[in-house]
Design a protein around this ligand. Structure first.
Ligand code: NAI
Ligand code: MG
Length: 351
């Protein structure tokens, strides 16, 4: 192939830096000899930068990030920065400015990982969460704040355009997987947005005769995720429901250090961004004990998105083999005790 991927790297704060180093190590190992090269630019953004300079995401840097093919993010956040500053000013700003309308979160259960489920079964589904609309687009306000008459609104925005593009992505994913889509909403109560979602799914489904689909109210979906998660292949849902369901999916699959995600602009008008689901974990930062697997798995998603599907599959196989090694060691009563970089080395060595 011989192409170059222009990669923007935002290691961020806390364990973000530690896990990104391992993700890049595995990326290099996976691409060795493939003819694909990576041209990396590192961006110093996050809590540390904010505390030093007061800057969150200057326009010049946003423009420079736009000039890349794709982004790898570690995590941002620090107990000393007020909640919401970086989430809104950096993460949400990137998602909205780069039109990341798909938030893609795979849920995969690896044998041996501690799970709260007695019988997890074969959990292997993806949640396609709408990323630019719903309750998260900042359409609201407050008046008489701090008084007994305070009024606060957060209005959920749902457009036919915005729903259709994410539903199309979900059906295209399902066509490549086990060919089933579940729409999750609450159209018995949220009748305006809910029926727009339902009608859109009905229409797009006609173009995918090989893909079956069903519907679950979000409250029921939270139960199915615990009782029978193997029933799901692709879940498509709005921004808020997707946020909640993906955290639940992370919990049942047992590993905050394992869950990967992609903030994707399928039209490729701006770079997509891949990141572990976890945060900067200040409680273990600097100790070299964070699990980099979620970031390495995010690197696989990133490479697949950039056309290196074979290398992505190789990384996923290496992760699965490493997870099996962990399960066997635990079964023999000797769970592996490895540092962040030892896990990165072990996965890279399989490539
Ligand atoms: P967190 O995900 O950072 O940590 C939750 C718990 O999971 C902690 O006990 C942590 O030690 C553990 N953990 C997380 N990742 C791990 C890994 N790779 N290996 C082993 N253990 C791991 O969530 P928390 O504590 O709520 O947030 C910490 C900071 O991160 C906050 O400032 C928050 O705003 C930020 N954050 C940033 C995100 C992002 O950058 N996308 C996402 C979530 C939180
Ligand atoms: Mg969340």
């Amino acid at each position: 192939m011989g192409n170059t991927i222009k990669l923007a790297v935002i290691p961020g704060d806390g364990i973000g830096k530690e896990v990104v180093a391992e993700g890049l190590k595995v990326m290099d190992a996976a691409l060795a000899g493939s003819g694909i090269t990576i041209d990396k630019t590192e961006f110093n953004l996050g809590a540390a930068r904010y505390r030093e300079t007061g800057e969150i995401l200057p326009e010049a840097e946003l423009d420079s990030i736009k000039n890349h093919d794709v982004i790898l993010l570690g995590a941002v956040g620090d107990p000393a920065v007020p909640s919401g500053v970086l989430e809104r000013g950096l993460l949400l700003k990137l998602r909205f400015s780069l039109d990341h309308y798909v938030n893609l979160r795979p849920a995969h259960y690896y044998r041996g990982v501690p799970t709260p489920l007695a019988n997890p079964g074969e959990i292997d589904f993806v949640v396609v969460r709408e990323g630019t609309e719903g309750l998260y687009c900042g359409n609201g306000g407050a008046i008489r704040v701090g008084t007994d008459q305070e009024i606060a609104t957060e209005v959920s925005v749902n457009t036919a355009f915005g729903i259709e593009r994410v539903v199309r992505f979900a059906f295209a994913q399902a066509a490549k997987r086990r060919q089933h889509v579940t729409l999750v909403h609450k159209h018995n109560v949220l009748v305006h947005a809910g029926h727009l979602w339902r009608r859109t799914v009905e229409r797009v489904a006609e173009e995918y005769p090989e893909v079956t689909w069903d519907y679950a109210h979000v409250d029921a979906a939270t139960i199915y995720l615990v009782q029978d998660p193997a029933r799901f292949d692709v879940i498509v849902t709005d921004n808020l429901f997707g946020d909640i369901l993906t955290d639940e999916a992370g919990a049942i699959t047992g590993g905050i250090g394992l869950a990967a995600s992609g903030n994707i602009n399928p039209d490729r008008t701006f770079p997509s961004m891949f990141e572990p689901v976890h945060g900067s974990a200040p409680d273990i930062a600097g100790k070299g004990i964070a699990d980099p697997t979620a970031t390495i798995s995010s690197v696989a998603m990133l490479l697949e998105n950039e056309g290196a599907g074979q290398q992505a599959d190789n990384i996923r196989a290496a992760i699965a083999a490493d997870m099996e090694e962990r399960a066997l060691a635990a079964e023999q009563g000797q769970p592996l005790q490895r540092s962040t970089s030892q896990i990165g080395d072990a996965i890279a060595a399989r490539l």
